[in-house]
Design a protein around this ligand. Structure first.
Ligand code: MTE
Length: 399
């Protein structure tokens, strides 16, 4: 067995690396068909090493310490975190920065493994706002960052990274700790018993098996913060990156907010469309997301290599949770009223069958409220992250 033999897993998940560590994405169509919320057993997993083994009886005494540049360093246990702080429940989509990396690796091998287009999932996360916990420790004026440390034991220490303190203290950014997903206790792969959830940012900032919040005046020096989750300039070759540390320590190349992205789930890659029995129209469907809480404002489809575009319909499933009584954002956090988007949205477009019959490929691109969009051409980089050129799916016909 592997060091993870204590962890239950769903056989439908697609393995992206060898037997260990566990890195998986759900099949895209299965993910899409589940709808807005992903069930915990199909939720993508990105683990850098073994999953810490945490026994039920040890959870109430799981400790989180808040230390560093604070007036009042504290250690809170799991029970206190649940009892002393307001608990929020909110839908949040987590996306791995490596989502769609396979396309980069096809053009030129990057330093990461090949994620397809399903390196993302959505759940209702429950727990306290990170700001409330940090406030109890009274950060000093010169404090600028929150470093997070996980309990996993990795070749280069534990997994850790940081975000800006003012982001964590801003309720509207929704940065929280979670102990539940979709109403049930976190599963081992997703950080049981406690994790950070940083909405609108790459999944790599949402530290699992959370043990420490360290308030500092500089970004995290953790090996994984330096060597992971970056988009280096495209001119930097793997050789240059290996030779010179300066590419890795330059915080400008660290990535936080997700970029705009969209994918078609129907038609599927390699799916043979039975257009003869499709009726007058075929409905193309997929997902789109943006970063930093920004809303997707349009999704466009092209059947002629980008010469002209058609406007798809968008469904913002997240919006129905704004009126929902189970969340405490109402009143406490007005991001809810501001219509901040921390989740994926769904697009669909009815296409006349003859138009599909005369086309070789369907292209998708999305635009967000800042008018950021997806590039036509790929921006290749050493770690192959944030890949978001127009999504292309070949139209394979029945004849
Ligand atoms: N936290 C710890 N402690 N160890 C990890 O390996 N992986 C990160 C992040 N938090 C990681 C971690 C990365 S790169 C991603 S994309 C998300 O967790 C994945 O979260 P998930 O496995 O719950 O989907």
């Amino acid at each position: 067995g592997t060091p993870d033999s204590h962890v239950p897993r769903d056989p439908r998940l697609i393995r992206l690396t060898g037997v260990h560590p566990f890195n998986v994405e759900p099949p895209l169509t299965a993910l899409y068909k589940e709808g807005f919320l992903t069930s915990p057993e199909l939720f993508y997993v990105r683990n850098h090493g073994p999953v810490p083994e945490v026994h039920d009886e040890d959870i109430p005494t799981w400790e989180l310490s808040i230390e560093g540049l604070v007036e009042n360093p504290i250690v809170l246990n799991f029970r206190e975190i649940l009892q002393k702080y307001d608990q929020i429940t909110a839908p949040i989509t987590l996306v791995c920065a490596g989502n769609r990396r396979k396309e980069q690796n096809t053009v030129r091998k990057s330093k990461g493994f090949s994620w397809g287009p399903a390196g993302l999932s959505t759940a209702l996360f429950t727990g306290p706002m990170m700001a409330d916990l940090i406030r109890s420790a009274k950060p000093l004026l010169r404090a600028k960052y929150v470093c997070m440390e996980g309990a996993d034991k990795l070749p280069n220490g534990f997994y850790g990274t940081s975000v800006k303190l003012n982001w964590a203290m801003d309720y509207n950014r929704g940065i929280m700790l979670a102990h539940k997903m979709n109403g049930e206790s976190l599963r081992p792969d997703h950080g049981r018993p406690l994790r950070a959830v940083v909405p609108g940012q790459i999944g790599g900032r949402s530290v699992k098996w959370l043990k420490k919040l360290i308030i500092t005046d500089a970004p995290s020096g953790n090996w994984y913060h330096i060597n992971d989750n970056r988009v280096l300039p495209t001119t930097v070759t793997p050789e240059m990156a290996a030779e010179d540390k300066k590419w890795w320590t330059d915080e400008r190349y660290a990535i936080y907010d997700l970029n705009v992205n969209s994918v078609a789930a129907f038609p599927e890659h390699e799916e043979v469309l039975d257009l003869a029995s499709a009726g007058p129209t075929y409905t193309a469907k997929g997902y789109a997301y943006a970063g930093g809480g920004r809303r997707i404002t349009r999704v466009e489809i092209s059947l002629n290599k980008g010469k002209s575009w058609r406007l798809a319909d968008i469904e913002y499933a997240e919006d129905k949770y704004r009126e929902w009584e189970g969340n405490l954002f109402d009143g406490k956090v007005d991001m809810w009223k501001r219509e901040t988007c921390f989740c994926w949205s769904f697009w669909s477009l009815d296409i006349p069958v003859p138009d599909l019959e005369s086309s070789d490929a369907l292209l998708v691109r999305a635009v967000d409220e800042a008018l950021a969009t997806q590039p036509r051409d790929m921006y290749w980089s050493v770690l192959g992250m944030m890949n978001n050129p127009w999504f292309r799916v070949t139209i394979t016909k029945d004849r």
